[in-house]
Design a protein around this ligand. Structure first.
Ligand code: GTP
Ligand code: MG
Length: 619
């Protein structure tokens, strides 16, 4: 059985290490201010157990509000003289630790309190000094502990400072030991049993303690003590009162209310000189037996299993919240991306790189010409006459080009300019719609952020033309030249004329705003040439030529490829520069809730949950 415990312990240790790595950040994110007590407690208990060979010691902590009588009880049990009494509150400002002689060796003792700093207690005056480190334990050897009972020689007794005095640090000092102790002795003045803070701390003790013991002090008599206790126990089930605070179930299957109700309870009558003999059990064994009569190994294992259960409960709850948050963030982000895709397609549908098409056609047409033609095609002036006679149709355009270049160039637009103009309009529309969506409220899209995002998008260089489109263009141009050898011979001539007239740049990247087939109805009515001629500026010249040049099918294919490839490039562009700029909060959530992190936590939870009450040595 011991082997089983040790192998379980190794598994729990690994799972706790994972959670210590992954969970605190998630806790700060999803439940800020909420301490992962189960995890911390399990970590302390597991490390203590692993460091000890043989019988584990049990840590018993005296825990309670200021003036309840913790230090007085500590003195009587351990024989160690710590400051106590009514003169000042809080009296204790640091934890005192009494150890039986078997644990006197600091090297043996230190690993039992893995997060503490052990210092020798000396005359106890240091316990009165404020501002000490939270994890400091002032240790002294207490031979009288061994005399308490069979378990006394492995009982480590801690006197904690108050959790409710003027020094808020004391609560943290007390908490350090609350998270480590297996046996928690809750010491409480009987007349403060309904004080909210005391009830809260009792609930916490019931959740974390492996064994809970209650001592009601400064009682008038036992009647007052038991009436108070019965009253408190009744209130623990009140759904409108304390019920919810005590409803959580522990690893042993008990609710916190059941733990409190089944805890051994003692009363201690008010006295000038309190003595151990004055402590009376409501029923069953004496307080000393409850402390020194435990089976250490069983209780220590239950302590680990109980804390593991608490750690798993916290982890499971955080996991569910993280999952929910990441699903919402993922959905939000996906909808932004979908919007970006549609916008990209709209931008691509409003333009066509007419210049690039012409360039490809001219290039292919030129390379199909015989060499002598390439030479004579310059100078242009000479060509006019020659071409006119040889290629009548094409040459008609040449004259028109000369006339129209000047006036038309002003109306024509560079493709990038068309794109930027449409893009900026689309960006405004997207940002407006995102701002108005309640599910995207977390993005914090106030106007200055929107303006920055928009600027970032417009400042980013536009994506280059895709290779797929260029390949399509080349193939289509080649095909057209092969199918229309006569017309193809005229193209380079027109091109040269346009170039000579200083229109070269426009030819290279002339945008066709409105899209090539953006208005399909018009294409149907007028034919391709009509649409193009009705388009922007100098394109009309080319357009009329192309309209009569068997180009419609080719243009349709080229246009379709353009829309497809450009839409995808522009969508990616918008996604990167606009969605990227506004979705930072969503990306942060997705980064925090990375699937591999959630999976690691889920696996750790699974391991911890199997270490529950059904485990070996469980009660
Ligand atoms: N323990 C205990 N003390 C009692 C009782 N009746 C009166 N007292 C007196 O109450 C005072 C308790 O003081 P401390 O033991 O210092 O109380 P404490 O809980 O350690 O207080 P802090 O250190 O301030 O958190 C002592 O002066 C006791 O003599 C009783 O029934 N039990
Ligand atoms: Mg004290």
């Amino acid at each position: 059985m011991y082997d089983v415990v040790m192998s379980r312990l190794a598994e729990i240790t690994k799972a706790i290490e994972t959670l210590r790595l992954e969970l605190p950040e998630m806790g700060d994110w999803l439940e800020p201010g909420h301490r992962l007590e189960g995890l911390e407690s399990c970590d302390r208990r597991v490390r203590a157990w692993s460091a000890v060979s043989g019988e584990p010691p049990l840590v018993a902590a005296l825990y309670g509000p200021t003036g309840a009588g913790k230090s007085t009880l500590f003195k009587l049990l351990s024989g160690i003289n710590v400051p106590s009494g009514e003169q000042v509150r809080p009296m204790s400002r640091s934890c005192a630790l009494a150890v039986p002689p078997a644990w006197a060796d600091p090297a043996k003792l230190a690993p039992v309190f893995p997060t503490a700093e052990l210092v020798p207690m000396g005359d106890g005056a240091a316990l009165l000094a404020p501002g000490q480190p939270f994890g400091r334990l002032h240790a002294a050897v207490a031979p009288s502990l061994s005399a308490l009972g069979p378990g006394g020689s492995s009982l480590l007794l801690v006197d904690a400072p108050d959790y409710n005095g003027v020094d808020p640090g004391n609560a943290l000092r007390a908490e350090e030991i609350l998270l480590r102790a297996e046996i928690l002795v809750f010491v409480l003045q009987v007349d403060s049993y309904l004080v909210a803070r005391n009830v809260e701390e009792l609930a916490r003790a019931a959740r974390l303690a492996t064994r809970l013991v209650v001592v009601l002090t400064k009682a008038r008599d036992s009647l007052q003590a038991w009436m108070a206790w019965d009253d408190l126990c009744r209130r623990l089930d009140d759904p409108a009162g304390l019920g919810p605070m005590f409803a959580d179930r522990r690893a042993d299957g008990l609710s916190c209310a059941e733990v409190v109700r089944s805890a051994p309870v003692f009363m201690w009558a008010r006295s000038e000189r309190p003595e151990l003999s004055g402590i009376m059990a409501r029923e069953g064994s004496s307080l000393v037996d409850r402390l020194a009569g435990q089976e250490a190994r069983k209780v220590a294992w239950e302590g680990v299993a109980g804390a593991a259960h608490e750690a798993a409960t916290d982890a499971r709850r955080l996991l569910a919240k993280a999952l929910e948050a990441s699903e919402a963030a993922g959905k939000g982000r996906a909808s932004l991306v979908a919007d970006a895709r549609e916008a990209g397609a709209r931008v691509a549908g409003r333009e066509f790189p007419f210049g690039a098409l012409m360039q490809a056609l001219v290039k292919e047409a030129r390379s199909a010409l015989p060499d002598w033609w390439k030479i004579v095609s310059v100078p242009v002036d000479w060509l006019f006459g020659t071409v006119k006679t040889v290629y009548g149709k094409a040459s008609e355009w040449i004259g028109q080009v000369k006339e129209m270049v000047v006036q038309e160039s002003a109306k024509s637009e560079n493709r990038e300019d068309v794109e930027r103009r449409v893009l900026s309009r689309e960006a405004d529309a997207l940002l407006d719609s995102w701002r108005s969506r309640p599910d995207l409220a977390d993005l914090g899209l106030e106007s200055s952020r929107c303006a920055r995002a928009r600027e970032a998008l417009l400042a980013a260089p536009l994506p280059g033309v895709s290779q797929e489109w260029e390949a399509t263009l080349r193939d289509e141009a080649r095909r057209w030249v092969a199918d229309n050898p006569g017309l193809a011979k005229g193209l380079p001539v027109i091109s040269d004329v346009v170039m000579a007239a200083g229109f070269g740049l426009l030819v290279i990247d002339l945008g066709f705003s409105g899209g090539l087939f953006g208005t399909a109805v018009v294409v149907g009515k007028l034919g391709t040439g009509g649409v193009i001629a009705g388009g922007a500026g100098a394109l009309g010249i080319w357009g009329r030529f192309l309209g009569e040049a068997n180009m419609e099918q080719m243009l349709r294919r080229v246009d379709a490829t353009w829309r497809k490839t450009r839409a995808s490039d522009l969508s990616a562009h918008i996604e990167r520069h606009l969605v990227g700029a506004v979705a930072a909060p969503l990306d942060a959530v997705l980064g925090r809730a990375k699937p591999e992190r959630l999976a690691a936590i889920g696996e750790a939870v699974r391991i911890l949950e199997t270490a529950g009450p059904g485990g070996p040595m469980g009660s």
